[in-house]
Design a protein around this ligand. Structure first.
Ligand code: ADP
Length: 689
């Protein structure tokens, strides 16, 4: 997995740096390559253009040479038809004939504008010439055309003597003017008897250099530069001449006494329109660069029918400058394209990243939605289950509550059963009194003592009320009821509970210390159902009496107390109601199980072990709590902590009529049960013994 991450994860910084470096190098290489391509293509095109232009100029130049130099080439061929010349050649020693022929040639020469026209005999001696001997005896211009000149060494003479047309450049003999010599054999019948020659001036050529616009030169078959726009180049050789050729040139004196130098540039003699590029440093004329060397394009052209070639030197500088510009532009274009590509790639990457992020988000969203849906489903199911459970619990609670109510009722009935005997006894005495009083009343009626009758009837009525008062609470006690919290007077509830045990307390000789009765006026109301509270108290007092069965009679003590407490951790103060006895109490192990249902130490049939469990539930139901502790002196002490009734809550209707309330001294204090009926004084006074 780690390996896979290493391969597929994002590139590490070093890898990334390497990629960036490689990319940069490639980009620079591409820019350089682009520049090179631009340079090469532009230079090639520039050369082609230059070549084309130069070619055209060369054509014009060749045409100019043709018209200015070669137009007179055919003249020597016509000389043989001159009768004067033929006559002279037949009688060469006749001076008159020589003069006649010379005059004829001079006329022709003057007419054509050539430098000279002359005739040689077969030994190479000039017999007649357009050059006329000076009449005033001035020395003749020493040249080829000078009559009497021996020219057997001249190639044009030798060619013509051999029957061919001779033509070549040469300096004039004895240092004369350079010119273009053309010769033709003169035949007398089939035999060559002499040679006719013409010397054509090359001066017009100097006028046509400008036509080329660049340095140029004319080179003859000996590779010697005979004419050039650059005076320095004249009489230089394009190649090193072999020795025999040098010797030949010395003999035929084509270049007179001129010392032939080597041409300063390595130029190929046979160069043609295909051109030759050469590098060189020249300081020939202002048009050519001298700084940093200059490239030149050399183009050559052979002149038709001649052994001459014209070479021109085109400046490559503009071409190179143009090529450099093109190269720069290409490089810039490539760089621009690269930047554009980089920008597009970057943009594409951004778009891709954005798309990926979007997809990721969508996926996360979908996943989240899926999870939420799953969770919602689970929650809905849990909710439904909880609802079911709540319903089941509510059902169970209802069942439990019903069972509890039944149990409470059963407990009440059990208490009532226990009390039945006592109540019967309680009612027997007033009944007996009523019987006696009614008997007395009828006697008083018979005697006509109506006042006494009225008094007895009044007592009977009060006794009937008292009996109703005894029965009434039992009725309400035995009634089934549902818990309903109201503001409850604790002292009243306690008095009701004690009322039920009053007879038993007396029988057992228990000393009752009910501190609540004394403090009743100052005690705050608690918030609970008075019937249920009575039930709890009945249970606690009953248990206390049960526990004290084994205690010595004089040590039986039941203390009931109530006080306001503010327990730690509780926001509101509560009423602490305690029931303490002087029974055997319980050990710690028993205490731990006291409130468990069906926990009892009582013999079978005497207890179910539900009393305390139900009591705790009842107390909790009203937000209170019940605890068991060991009382001072070793007995048991049960403590009830009950919430106070909210202020202004109506007081619950008292369960016992006021006449029977403990405050009236009929219960507990006065001792109604077991102590005999409190016979009113009136009754006693009217009682028949
Ligand atoms: P029951 O009275 O039917 O046994 P209770 O739940 O009222 O059921 O009481 C459970 C047990 O708690 C009793 O069996 C008894 O052992 C113990 N007990 C209750 N009150 C006292 C007390 N005042 N002194 C000693 N033990 C007590």
């Amino acid at each position: 997995m780690a390996l896979e991450l290493a391969f597929h994860g994002p590139p590490r910084p070093r890898q990334r740096a390497f990629r960036v470096l490689a990319g940069t190098v490639a980009a620079i290489a591409a820019v350089i390559f682009g520049g090179w391509i631009g340079y090469t293509v532009s230079a090639h095109q520039g050369r082609q253009t230059l070549r084309g232009e130069s070619d055209h100029r060369l054509d014009l130049f060749a045409a100019a040479i043709e018209s200015r130099v070669r137009r007179l080439e055919h003249v020597p061929a016509t000389v043989q038809f001159s009768s004067e010349v033929l006559a002279l050649l037949r009688q060469p020693d006749d001076p008159r004939r020589a003069a006649t022929a010379g005059a004829s040639l001079a006329r022709l020469n003057a007419h054509l504008g050539s430098l000279a026209i002359f005739v040689l005999d077969e030994r190479g001696t000039v017999l007649a010439s357009s050059q006329r001997p000076a009449r005033n005896g001035a020395p003749l211009l020493r040249d080829d055309s000078t009559p009497g000149q021996e020219l057997a060494y001249r190639p044009y003479f030798l060619d013509a003597l051999a029957g061919r047309v001779g033509r070549h450049f040469a300096l004039g003999a004895d240092g004369g003017e350079p010119g273009y010599f053309v010769s033709h054999p003169i035949r007398d019948g089939a035999r060559v008897v002499g040679v006719a020659a013409i010397k054509i001036s090359l001066a017009p050529v100097d006028d046509v250099w400008e036509m080329l616009g660049t340095p140029a030169l004319l080179v003859d078959a000996n590779q010697v530069v005979i004419l050039s726009s650059q005076p320095d180049w004249r009489y230089t050789t394009l190649a090193d001449l072999p020795l025999e050729q040098r010797v030949d040139l010395r003999i035929n004196r084509m270049y007179g006494d001129v010392q032939l130098r080597r041409f300063p540039l390595p130029v190929d003699y046979s160069v043609d329109e295909e051109s030759q590029a050469i590098e060189g440093e020249l300081d020939l004329q202002p048009t050519l660069p001298t700084r940093g060397g200059s490239g030149m394009l050399v183009l050559g052209r052979a002149l038709d029918g001649m052994d001459w070639r014209v070479l021109m030197f085109a400046d490559l500088r503009p071409v190179r400058a143009q090529a450099l510009r093109a190269s720069l532009m290409s490089a810039v274009a490539v760089a621009f394209v690269e930047l554009l590509a980089l920008y597009l790639a970057q943009r594409r990457r951004l778009v891709r990243q954005r798309l990926e992020a979007q997809q990721l988000l969508q996926r996360a969203n979908a996943e989240l939605e899926h999870k939420v849906a799953r969770r919602t489903r689970a929650l809905t199911e849990t909710n439904a289950r909880l609802r079911r459970e709540v319903a089941e619990r509510q059902q169970a609670e209802q069942t439990l509550r019903a069972a509890q109510n039944e149990l409470v009722h059963a407990g009440k009935m059990a208490v009532l059963g226990q009390l039945a005997t006592g109540i019967t006894h309680e009612l027997t005495q007033p009944l007996g009194a009523i019987r006696t009083l009614s008997g007395n009343a009828s006697e008083f009626l018979r005697r006509g003592d109506l006042q006494a009758v009225g008094g007895n009837l009044g007592i009977i009525a009060r006794l009937a009320d008292q009996m109703g008062g005894i029965i009434h609470p039992l009725k309400s006690f035995g009634r089934k009821s549902l818990p309903q919290p109201v503001a409850t007077d604790v002292a009243q509830a306690l008095a009701n509970a004690l009322f039920l045990y009053d007879q038993r307390i007396r029988r057992m000789g228990v000393r009752l210390d009910n501190r609540c009765a004394a403090a009743a006026a100052g005690l705050p109301r608690v918030w609970c159902d008075p019937n249920r509270l009575e039930q709890v108290l009945i249970n606690l007092v009953g248990n206390a009496l049960d526990a004290m069965q084994t205690t010595a009679e004089d040590a039986r003590r039941l203390v009931l107390d109530a006080q306001l407490v503010h327990d730690l951790g509780e926001a509101e103060p509560r009423l602490l109601l305690s029931v303490s006895d002087s029974g055997p109490g319980f050990d710690e192990a028993t205490r731990a199980h006291l409130f468990e249902p069906f926990y009892t130490t009582k013999p079978a049939g005497a207890g179910l072990g539900l009393g305390l469990a139900i009591s705790r539930d009842i107390v909790r139901e009203f937000g209170g709590e019940i605890t068991a502790v060991v009382a001072e002196g070793g007995g048991a002490r049960f403590e009830l902590r009950l919430p106070l009734a909210p202020e202004g809550a109506a007081l619950a209707a008292p369960a016992l009529p006021p006449a029977l309330s403990p405050a009236a001294g009929l219960i507990g204090g006065g001792g109604l049960i077991g102590a005999g009926p409190p016979v009113p004084a009136a009754l006693q006074s009217h009682h028949e013994p």
